[in-house]
Design a protein around this ligand. Structure first.
Ligand SMILES: Nc1ncnc2c1ncn2[C@@H]1O[C@H](COP(=O)(O)OP(=O)(O)OP(=O)(O)O)[C@@H](O)[C@H]1O
Ligand SMILES: [Mg+2]
Length: 604
């Protein structure tokens, strides 16, 4: 199996991430953010004030002992110290409650923004594995993003005012003492900067591997895969691939954790050295009588707190910011994913669809899946597209329907470029049965009507559509008629491949349309039934535009014209009668199939 290469993803730093996130979050809950910020700043300063009050109290008490002060002064100092403490506690209480409420409000607002963005995404993005990763993790990243910004805001509105206040206070006592803040900061901050980088890199490296092992796991245990993997003996093969991927992932994680732990240990040692340095400075200042005993006691008391707070900020808070950086980045990348930029909200009136020199390459692929296609699907025309596997048929219909936009050239819907159409103006008049259609784990009725959930219908409409698609609600497969649950997971039944395909066709027919696209809708259906379905189809699409992609050339005769694809290029266009007489791809394909049937006849 081909290993996916680790791709370099767009990575951004914490500051850039914040730069993008903060406005989004402020916009989501401006009043809450304002009030929380204010409370937080006051809370930070109140801690510093408490230290000052401690000094005043210690000084007053020392002076009282030496007879230079009165007990009422000590009492006043004590009351002020008590007041500062109460203020701290009150602000702490409010500060604990507000972020919870704010977090819920912001998370809700961001969820809405994710859904809005989803609706505008360019569908071709889903072909790009890295971008899929961003989409899948956007939801988790969003939750982390709220937490991420909250920590950041707390650092700036609570811890920073506290440190600034303490810096000013220490400086006013003796300038050199203010360096203690820096000494406490440098080693702890250095650890976290490194930690951020290590974990961001780890996330980049592990995302594709995680995707791989999730996939291998599903190959072993999921219902769609397990029959084939068991029968063909692939189980142990997938198990090995799964364990290998898991092993690689664990090694990467272990290396990253070891690296950060070692660095952290070294920096902690430096921190301890810094702490003793400050204590010496403080003692020296006291001995030289540059500071009072009260100041010595208050600072001695608060330096421990300062260190532990610094550790809390940097290790716990910035540390968890660093660890969530990866998924926050997924969320930010998701917000940056390209959207359909078309501005025309009104769908063009139904008419011709013209392709002008249309080429298309899939993301990360150099090969052009469709090359320089030029033709017109006339209003009301039925077009068949034929060609070998991989010749670009499915890609071509995604371009014609406006699902994908061409890399080069233009697709015009009644003269309007598909790239100028807003998402809501697209697909209004289009229905499709895709080659890889969905098997919804819902009732038969829901499986049919999901293609047009706004449409009013009754049983007669369902009957008529089902009949055309070859689905019979009275067949033994559907014990409860349209209410039969089509899902083993939800205690219902499963259908055969051909039966599912007919349900998918009924779904395509149910949706009101001017254009209907059938991409090999009958591959699993027997030839007799296929002919019947196509005849019915010709009937219902008489005045509508239709495109049929098929490998069974017997069914293309009902089309007005046939497009023959070869290696991404439109190699021939014409009616069956026109093409069959030409020496070309169509004749070659047709004769190959005809031969096959003849030999079949001989053999029987
Ligand atoms: N998601 C994708 N990413 C990259 N390349 C793709 C992707 N899907 C298709 N291709 C490539 O584009 C080319 C055209 O594929 P397409 O699915 O349009 O062929 P097709 O004619 O519909 O084939 P089939 O008859 O097997 O359905 C193929 O060579 C295929 O490898
Ligand atoms: Mg195809």
């Amino acid at each position: 199996m081909k290993k996916e290469t680790v791709s370099e993803k767009k990575s951004i730093g914490i500051l850039k991430a914040l730069n993008k996130l903060v406005p989004v979050i402020i916009k989501a809950a401006p009043v809450f953010v304002g009030v929380t910020t204010f409370v937080s700043i006051m809370h930070g300063i109140s801690w510093g004030i408490e230290t000052m009050m401690q000094q005043k109290f210690f000084d007053a008490a020392t002076l009282l002992v030496s007879g230079e002060s009165t007990s009422s002064r000590v009492l006043v100092a004590l009351l002020m110290l008590g007041g500062a403490n109460v203020l701290c506690q009150v602000l702490n209480g409010i500060g604990n409650f507000l972020p919870d409420v704010m977090g819920q409000k912001i998370t809700g607002a961001l969820s809405v923004s994710i859904h809005k963005k989803m609706a505008k995404l360019s569908p071709v993005i889903f072909e790009d594995t890295d971008k899929l990763d961003d989409i899948n993790k956007a939801e988790q990243g969003k939750n982390n993003a709220v937490w991420f910004v909250f920590i950041f805001v707390t650092i700036f509105t609570f811890y920073l005012p506290y440190f600034l206040f303490m810096g000013w206070y220490l400086f006013s006592l003796k300038p050199i003492l203010a360096t203690s803040i820096i000494l406490a900061f440098i080693p702890t901050a250095a650890v976290q900067i490194i930690r951020t980088k290590v974990f961001a890199k780890l996330e980049d490296k592990s995302a594709p591997i995680r995707r791989e092992y999730d996939y291998f796991e599903s190959c072993m245990v999921s219902r769609e895969y397990f029959k084939e993997t068991r029968l063909l003996g692939g189980f142990s093969y997938f198990k090995k691939l799964y364990l290998d991927a898991l092993d690689t992932l664990q090694k990467l994680r272990f290396q990253a954790t070891m690296k950060t732990n070692l660095i952290e240990l070294t920096m902690r040692m430096l921190g301890v050295a810094g702490y003793f340095g400050i204590m010496l400075m403080l003692f020296d200042a006291l001995m030289k009588q540059e500071i009072t005993v009260g100041a010595f006691a208050a600072v001695f008391n608060s330096i421990g707190l300062l260190y532990s707070i610094m550790e809390e900020v940097v290790c716990r808070h910035i540390g968890s910011m660093a660890q969530s950086m990866g998924s926050v980045q997924n969320y930010l990348n998701f917000l940056d994913l390209e959207e359909r930029t078309g501005t025309i909200d009104e769908a063009p009136t139904w008419g011709d669809i013209t392709l002008e020199n249309v080429s298309f390459s899939y993301p990360k692929s150099e090969k052009q899946a469709v090359k320089n296609a030029t033709f017109t699907l006339k209003k009301g025309e039925t077009l068949a597209i034929v060609g070998e596997n991989g010749s670009g048929k499915s890609t071509l219909i995604r371009l014609i329907s406006g699902l994908y936009l061409p890399s080069e050239g233009r697709v015009l819907m009644n003269g309007v470029d598909t790239k100028d159409l807003a998402p809501k103006a697209l697909f209004n008049d289009t229905s499709a049965v895709f080659q890889k259609y969905q098997r919804y784990q819902m009732t038969l009725e829901d499986n049919i009507t999901v293609s047009d959930t706004e449409k009013d219908y009754d049983e007669a409409i369902l009957d008529s559509i089902s009949e055309k698609a070859g689905t019979d609600k009275n067949s033994t497969s559907f014990a409860d008629g349209y209410k039969t649950m089509l899902s083993r997971e939800f205690d219902g039944v499963d259908l055969s491949g051909g039966e599912w395909q007919r349900v998918a066709i009924a779904r395509g027919f149910f949706r009101d349309h001017d254009l209907i696209i059938l991409d090999e809708p009958t591959a699993a259906i027997d030839p007799y039934e296929e002919t019947r379905i196509y005849n019915r189809f010709a009937e219902i699409s008489k005045d509508k535009s239709a495109i049929i992609v098929t490998h069974r050339l017997g069914s293309v005769k009902l089309a007005d014209r046939i497009i023959v694809m070869k290696d991404g290029e439109v190699s021939q266009i014409g009616t069956h009668d026109e093409l069959i007489v030409l020496e070309g791809e169509y004749k070659r394909l047709y004769e190959a199939q005809e031969q096959w049937y003849k030999e079949d006849v001989v053999a029987s």
